[in-house]
Write a protein that binds this ligand. Structure first.
Ligand code: GUN
Length: 289
């Protein structure tokens, strides 16, 4: 039997409706959630991602501010912008779109963001809090993946989650979030020997490798849930994931499509983090009155 799709677009729409009501209620209390996005350079993919993030903010009534900086901007100028956003009471979330030009130290930039406004969840303080199971801003794509799996009531405790990919943005934190939910987690990556021997044992397989149609049916255990984080182009230029959807859907129990799977959930979790930051920062303000 063919796999059930996990429709990220639909789940994202449901969550955004709920958040929209929350934004309206915050506004009635005189609080306007605000997100600042910094875009350095002219990368077209980054520009599209940023436009989609801003559009989503607009739909919810969250204020979004875009700071566009030249490819040649100095690291210090970028750090100065972050400092002033850290101090701005109308801004609750700060996001610096990655990748940054090579002359700028990305880690230094991430660490300059106030952890209380780190809606990407990339600051070492938030990563450490996530690892130790404390309340934290969770990275958006992994958090979106977890929500998708939970939305279908797929069992996680005691299950084997295999992650292909070990980036700081997706692979590493995705494994950690499922570990926090009592899964047994295996990380695979480009240097893993005999990749299939691991992926074919997965109850939940998460692919974040960035290679079109890389995950074939023989990578997948019968009845596994398959989560596709890839955003690639196939031979004909059509958008596709890491997973060969047509093959794998015949073997999996659940599968996420591309587009319309993980992508819409990433932005949704960014909106959720912005609301969370706004509520937390305002609670602090109220308690200091
Ligand atoms: N570049 C690709 N994905 C992301 C993301 O989730 N956040 C930021 N800041 N940059 C990215």
């Amino acid at each position: 039997m063919a796999a059930e799709r996990i429709d990220g677009k639909q789940l994202a729409a449901r969550m955004r409706e709920e958040m929209k009501a929350e934004v309206e209620s915050l506004k009635k209390q005189g609080v306007m959630p605000g997100l600042a996005v910094i875009l350095v350079g002219d990368d077209q993919a980054s520009r599209t991602y940023v436009r989609n993030k801003q559009k989503a903010c607009g739909q919810l009534g969250i204020k979004s501010v875009l700071i566009e900086l030249s490819e040649k901007v100095s690291e210090q100028t970028l750090l100065d912008h972050i400092q002033s956003l850290n101090e701005d009471p109308d801004i609750h979330g700060i996001l610096v779109q990655l990748p940054l030009p090579a002359h700028i130290g990305a880690q230094k930039v991430i660490e300059a963001i106030d952890p209380a406004k780190d809606v990407d969840g990339f600051h070492p303080i938030n990563i450490g809090r996530m690892m130790t199971g404390q309340d934290a801003f969770l990275p958006c794509t992994p958090h979106g993946i977890l929500k998708m799996v939970q939305s279908k009531g797929i069992a996680i405790t005691g299950k084997h989650v295999v992650v292909i990919g070990r980036s700081n943005i997706v692979g590493k934190p995705a494994g950690q979030l499922f570990l926090n939910e009592n899964a047994t987690v295996t990380y695979c990556h480009s240097k893993t020997a005999d990749l299939k021997s691991y992926t074919s044992q997965a109850d939940i397989l998460i692919s974040a490798v960035g290679k079109a149609k890389f995950v074939k049916a023989d990578f997948v255990k019968q009845g596994a849930a398959v989560i596709d984080v890839g955003m690639n182009r196939d031979e004909s230029g059509k958008l596709c994931g890491d997973v060969d959807f047509e093959e794998v859907k015949e073997k999996a129990s659940y599968i996420t499509p591309v587009p319309g799977g993980v992508g819409p959930m990433t932005i949704t979790m960014l909106l959720a983090n912005t609301l969370k930051a706004c509520k937390k920062l305002n609670a602090v303000k109220v308690s200091r009155r």
